[in-house]
Write a protein that binds this ligand. Structure first.
Ligand code: ZN
Length: 413
């Protein structure tokens, strides 16, 4: 994706004083003269920012404005040690609200809607982001926060909530409760705004059918405002990202090299206007791709789209020079005629050569099985970039597990 002139100007603008304002970047770019960055190509040579860099700046090392300009902080969940603290200026809060209100608008939500917000409030950016956007839009926010299903259902009925904001798992829980109590007819829900994560089509359909709502995926992360930097539209094909606030890149998670539009890799974000804690080339570890031919979305929005998240870089495996994600293998299995849902990927190294084998269960035998094997190998090559040995095995032959079944076996290391 080409960086637009406006984006380049915004980047060059913030680079003029970035090192003077921020100790963090003074240190990070100590050997780099930022005034040398005059093009997208120059920009792509800058080092990435990692979550660990942000953690090392705890508590307020990321702050790039004087104290009196900071109006609040948020923090990413510190499940693995030190949290990351992000300071916000008044303008940052306004910009976040503007982006979030735009998300609601794309989802067809209006000032007449009543938005029941179930994500958590507090240090985390979730609940408060949904709230900010609702107020900016002019809709009625119902700030529930998570849990207390009884009360959620009561408010949902009494206040005639029309929009549900939730994580996918909480939306499912509510949907099941509503089905069990036969409450569907007493509800006025029409839309769901669900925090984007990798979740199955099956679960989505269940929530959508049981609640009778149209679902939109919202994207964002605490380090970059919070939820609301992008959302899916009525086309339900990828998520538009607000490229006047955030510059997106997709890079190879291993080499860090920029990838062309359409190829799956790691999403890297640069904030274009953020004051309190600007981020330059921040690695999200989220896997996705830029949908090519972006200016043509049928919904009428020109903002570029990223695909539904494929997973996290931590799940990726590399074989024969290709980066492969479990979700891609699942896709290949799903579209191969005669393959059941059960499969295994084996990666071995025999005399210095990587051997990739895909085992899949199939009821087919003889020639029909051979055809399925050939088809799978071709589809795999097209989707993942390299050819496996595909082997059909009888139904029930691959091991099952009550928990998440392990499907990728890498014996190389
Ligand atoms: Zn669209």
């Amino acid at each position: 994706m080409r960086m637009t002139d406006e984006q380049l100007e915004l980047i060059k603008g913030q680079f003029k004083s970035l090192k003077a304002r921020s100790d963090f970047y003074a240190k990070k770019f100590a050997d780099i003269d930022l005034s040398d960055v005059q093009s997208q190509e120059d920009f792509e040579k800058l080092p990435f920012s990692e979550k660990d860099d942000l953690r090392a700046a705890y508590p307020l090392g990321l702050q790039a404005v004087p104290d009196e300009e900071i109006v609040r902080i948020h923090s990413s969940s510190g499940t693995t040690g030190t949290p990351v603290i992000i300071p916000y200026t008044q303008q940052d809060v306004i910009d976040w609200a503007t982006q979030f209100a735009r998300c609601y608008e794309v989802a067809g939500i209006t000032p007449l809607d009543r938005i029941q917000i179930t994500p958590g409030y507090g240090l985390w950016t979730a609940g408060i982001g949904f709230q900010l956007g609702a107020e900016r839009l002019g809709a009625m926010a119902i700030p529930m926060g998570p849990g207390n299903t009884e009360k959620q259902l009561k408010m949902m009925q009494d206040l005639k909530s029309t929009v549900l904001c939730a994580t996918s798992s909480y939306a499912l829980l509510l949907a099941e409760e509503i089905a069990q109590r036969n409450l569907r007819d007493q509800l006025h829900l029409r839309k769901g705004v669900i925090g984007s994560e990798r979740w199955g089509e099956k679960m989505r359909n269940r929530i959508s059918n049981e609640l009778g709502i149209e679902i939109y995926d919202i994207y964002g992360l605490t380090e970059v405002y919070g939820p609301g930097i992008g959302i899916s539209c009525d086309e339900h094909h990828g998520m538009h990202v607000w490229d006047d606030y955030v510059y997106i890149e997709i890079v190879d998670p291993v080499t860090g090299k920029n990838l062309p539009d359409g190829e799956v890799g790691e999403l890297v974000l640069t904030t274009l206007r953020k004051q309190g804690a600007p981020l330059i080339r921040y690695r999200t570890h989220d896997l996705t791709r830029i949908l090519p031919g972006d200016c043509t979305c049928m919904c009428g929005h020109r903002h570029p789209r990223i695909d539904t998240l494929t997973g996290r870089t931590d799940d990726m495996f590399k074989v024969k020079g290709c980066n492969i994600f479990p979700a891609q293998v699942e896709e290949v299995i799903a579209i191969t005629d005669g393959a059941s849902s059960e499969y295994q990927v084996m990666i071995e190294n025999i005399s210095g050569k990587d051997i990739l084998t895909v085992l899949f269960e199939t009821p087919l035998e003889g020639e029909a099985k051979t055809r399925a094997e050939e088809q799978l190998a071709l589809l795999f090559k097209a989707k993942c970039g390299c050819s496996p040995d595909a082997k059909g095995v009888p139904m029930g032959e691959l091991p099952r597990s009550e928990k998440k079944t392990k499907r990728i076996f890498d014996s190389r290391y």
